[in-house]
Design a binder for this molecule. Structure first.
Ligand SMILES: Cc1cc2nc3c(=O)[nH]c(=O)nc-3n(C[C@H](O)[C@H](O)[C@H](O)COP(=O)(O)OP(=O)(O)OC[C@H]3O[C@@H](n4cnc5c(N)ncnc54)[C@H](O)[C@@H]3O)c2cc1C
Length: 329
């Protein structure tokens, strides 16, 4: 019986969805390999331990809580040293991190500290004998590469949205841990988290993403997209590269091959043609709705629901209907 480790990412004192995904994936792997325990590592400012219960519901048997006033934000050296220490001592078979900006920075540091292999940005995984077999989309999602790692623990980063979050009636034990390095001694200090800001729903966490493209004609018309997102209440706003390159939107909101990869429950593409580089960032969304005046736009090949028409007529009506539906009319 092997234990699995999961890193529980948080931001601003809240768990990120990818934290629950990492724990849920570790639970699946543990159950598939004959049982064992899932240990989640949760690091943050004092008070972060209150989030341990949610990690228990996602499948953690034990949550190691490391609270320190100097760890309100990600600290690469401290987080990596603390995770590596735990992984050295726990007899873990696998270690799950998110393929988020933070996880992509953290997991390789931990792999180097331990001298083990890691697989990045997996959308599927299985432990087979002494190997971890992972699925990793390449060539803009057209090819799925199978990677095979041997050695323990096998480290991996999981693409946001790759697994469903478990929500079971279970409670995790909580253990208080300590940082393996004094945060005050860290050479690298994260002074702020940029992009869309700490307060807004992050694209990777949002259950709904409404994205706009060049079909909106000019930056000011993005308010149509923002209003539709606001009507959903749990949506983040994305954009195509055509739009971010033109300066209409912040580059951190670009979805695609050279931008963010999202996998929400619902993706609404407004005035987006569906270039292959854009599809690479959203094709794994659960349900895709496209609004485009060109019935032959490539986005319709991927969309579950397509609305052919002028977005300037359709989006305000859709926004109104979503508002009514949410208000219970
Ligand atoms: C190396 C490389 C990397 C790239 N990486 C990315 C990336 O990460 N993300 C990304 O998005 N792109 C990326 N691109 C750019 C990509 O190839 C496309 O150029 C871009 O996605 C197109 O954006 P768009 O759909 O907004 O614009 P367009 O392709 O111009 O499409 C606009 C759409 O709006 C529709 N439309 C116009 N008016 C209306 C209306 N009134 N009502 C309804 N529909 C309307 C049109 O029919 C059209 O389909 C990359 C390109 C390269 C070469």
């Amino acid at each position: 019986m092997a234990n699995m480790f999961a890193f529980a990412e948080s931001r601003g004192g809240s768990l990120r969805k990818v934290a629950l995904e990492a724990v849920s994936a570790a639970r699946q792997a543990t159950d598939a390999t004959g049982g064992g325990e899932v240990h989640a590592l949760l690091i943050g400012a004092p008070g972060i331990g209150a989030k341990a219960a949610a990690l228990g519901r996602a499948g953690a048997d034990l949550v190691i809580v490391v609270e320190h006033a100097g760890l309100a934000r990600y600290s690469p050296e401290v987080f990596a040293a603390t995770a590596a220490d735990r992984l050295r001592s726990g007899g873990y078979r696998g270690a799950f991190f998110a393929a988020s900006a933070e996880g992509r920075d953290l997991a390789p540091r931990v792999a180097v500290a331990l001298g083990v292999s890691m697989a990045s940005d997996l959308t599927g995984f299985a432990f087979e004998g002494d190997a971890l077999v992972g699925k990793h989309p390449t060539h803009i999602g057209k090819i799925i590469t199978t990677v095979r790692l041997t050695g323990s623990p096998a480290l991996l980063t999981l693409r946001p949205g790759a697994v469903l979050v478990t929500d079971a009636d279970r409670t995790a034990r909580v253990e208080q841990g300590a940082p393996a390095l004094d945060p005050a001694a860290a050479r690298v200090v994260v002074t702020s988290v940029g992009g869309t800001g700490d307060a807004q729903l992050d694209l990777a966490d949002a259950p709904v993403v409404v994205s706009g493209g060049r079909g909106l004609r000019e930056a000011a018309n993005f308010k149509l997209v923002e209003e539709l997102a606001a009507a959903f209440g749990n949506a983040a706003v994305g954009a195509t590269r055509a739009v971010t390159d033109d300066g209409w939107r912040d580059p951190s909101t670009q979805i695609g091959q050279t931008g963010r990869i999202v996998s929400p429950d619902l993706y609404v593409a407004v005035g987006i043609s569906g270039a292959i580089q854009h599809l690479a960032g959203m094709r794994t969304s659960k349900t895709i709705v496209a609004i485009n005046k060109d019935k032959d736009a490539p986005i319709f090949k991927l969309a579950d629901y397509g609305i052919v028409g002028d977005l300037f007529e359709i989006v305000p009506r859709l926004t109104e209907e979503v508002r009514k539906a949410r208000a219970g009319h």
